[in-house]
Design a protein around this ligand. Structure first.
Ligand code: GLP
Length: 259
C-alpha cells in the first residue's frame, strides 16, 4: 500500500483528482475510455470540485464511464438523500460526461428486480473493460462502499443490510436515524478489488483509529477495509489528522507530503 499524508483535505483531494486526470489524459490521447468507480459521502467532495476545474481546463470527460459504489435501498433517484442526487448535484452536472456513461445502483427497483440488476451491473463493468481507478471513502467501522463488517471477500454487487453504526453516522443527513434506510445496494469487495488501481481517502481525527486498523491491522472480514491490503495497487491519501495514529516504522511506504 502506498500511504500518502498531506497537510489537509484540500491538498490530498487535489492529489487524488490529479491521479484521475492523468489517467483520463493518457486514455484520451489514444482514444480509449477511462472507467472510474466513484464514491459518495463527505470525503470525496473536494476531489470532485478539483475534477470540475480540471474538466474546465480542457481535460474532456466525454470518454469517461463511471460506476458508483452504492445507493440506499429503497431510495428514489430524485430524493435529496439519494446518492443519485448527490452525484449529479456535486459532480455530473458540472462536467462533460455523457449521461449514458453514468451507472449508479438503482434504489427504485422492486425487490424481485434487484438480482437481475446487480448481475447486469457486474457484467456492464466487465464489458467496459473493468474499473481503471476505484475511488473509496472509509466508514467508521471499516466499511468500503456499503460492505459492512462480516462481508465476504468474494462478494459482488448485491443488496446489503446497513449496520447500526452506519445508520447512526448517516442520521445527520436524514433528520434522524429513524429515517435512514435499513438497506442499500452496493458493489462487493470482489468488485472493488478487481479494479486496477484503488484510491482511498480519509480525513480528520474521527477516522484516525479506523485508518490505523485498515492499514496496520490483521486482514479480517471484521474490518472490510483490511481486504485492501491484498491488492497490489492501492494509494491511501490521508491528512495529518487521519494519519496521526499510524505506526510509521511499520508501514512500509509512507511518503510524507507534510510541509
Ligand atoms: C458512506 C458510503 C461510503 C462512504 C462512507 C464514509 O456510508 N456508503 O461509500 O465512503 O460512508 O462517509 P464519509 O465520507 O461521509 O465519511
Amino acid at each position: 500500500m502506498k500511504v500518502l499524508v498531506f497537510d489537509n483535505k484540500r491538498a490530498g483531494s487535489l492529489y487524488a483528482a490529479q491521479i484521475i486526470a492523468d489517467k483520463v489524459i493518457i486514455n484520451n490521447s489514444v482514444n480509449e475510455d477511462t472507467v472510474l468507480g466513484l464514491a459518495t459521502g463527505s470525503t470525496p467532495t473536494d476531489m470532485y470540485r478539483a475534477l470540475i476545474e480540471i474538466n474546465k481546463n480542457d481535460v474532456s470527460f466525454s470518454r469517461v464511464i463511471t460506476y458508483n459504489l452504492d445507493e440506499y435501498y429503497p431510495m428514489k433517484k430524485s430524493a435529496s438523500h439519494s446518492y443519485h442526487y448527490y452525484m449529479y448535484d456535486i459532480f455530473f452536472q458540472h462536467v462533460d460526461i455523457h449521461e449514458e456513461n453514468i451507472f449508479i445502483p438503482n434504489g427504485e427497483l422492486k425487490n424481485n428486480e434487484l438480482n437481475e440488476f446487480c448481475k447486469e451491473y457486474e457484467l456492464s463493468i466487465k464489458r467496459n473493460g473493468g474499473i481503471d481507478i476505484q475511488v473509496l471513502g472509509l466508514g467508521l467501522n471499516g466499511h468500503i462502499g456499503f460492505n459492512e463488517p462480516g462481508v465476504s471477500q468474494n462478494s459482488v454487487t448485491r443488496k446489503v443490510a446497513l449496520s447500526d453504526t452506519t445508520r447512526e453516522a448517516a442520521a445527520k443527513y436524514f433528520e434522524g436515524k429513524e429515517k435512514v434506510p435499513y438497506e442499500a445496494v452496493s458493489m462487493g469487495i470482489k468488485t472493488i478489488l478487481d479494479a486496477e488501481h484503488i484510491v482511498l481517502m480519509a480525513w480528520g481525527n474521527e477516522k484516525a483509529e479506523i485508518v490505523k486498523k485498515s492499514i496496520e491491522g490483521r486482514i479480517s472480514e471484521d474490518v472490510p477495509s483490511t481486504f485492501l491490503q491484498e491488492h497490489e495497487n492501492v494509494t491511501i491519501i490521508l491528512d495529518s489528522e487521519s494519519a496521526s495514529l499510524l505506526n510509521r516504522s511499520r508501514v512500509s511506504l509512507i511518503e510524507s507530503k507534510l510541509s
